[in-house]
Design a protein around this ligand. Sequence first.
Ligand code: IMP
Ligand code: MG
Length: 187
Amino acid sequence: MATILDRDIERVLVSQEEIDRITTRIAAELDRDYKDSRRFLLLCILKGSVVFMGDLMKKVTIPVEIDFMKVSSYSNGTESSGRINILLDLNRRDLSECDILIVEDIIDSGRTLSYLVEYLRLNGARSVKTCTLLDKPDRRVVDFVPDYRGLVIPDEFVVGYGLDYAEQYRALPYIGILKPEVYEKRV
Ligand code: IMP
Ligand code: MG
């Protein structure tokens, strides 16, 4: 525990080594499943997925295109508002040759991904699949099962490796649980 951010972490839930094993495994699955794709598009959902996406795209060995979308779902830091707004859209004219893999950091209620899958299909993508590093199935509000999944975790709020609390902790190289006093400080 070295940096100023580490001091707010109660415990590490997923270590750097474990994250590395997960991204290596998923990249190998993508190499296998998308090897015949003409246009394989990794779609990063900003901002939480940016670190996962970066690691994944380095480990995939088949040709990939990348793009970004930004949606808002969270209203008060740790609780979902239930509404999805597109803040940054995918400005591509023709998706009919694109096999899109939506890359998410974590699935909670399932609203974000079920909305985006539908949205991209309606916009004519050749195929749409989903990949998440973490999954909290206990929190589901809508039925949703990702195509690729790193790890199932219990219903706890986590930070690091792209995931934030109030825009902080994204740069931690591992995933951890915050000390309770960090939340208390803000209310
Ligand atoms: P969903 O639409 O409820 O599935 O929300 C997914 C989004 O909520 C993720 O992309 C994250 O941005 C955010 N989120 C859900 N759980 C956590 C968490 O434990 N830590 C940080 N962000 C989270
Ligand atoms: Mg997110």
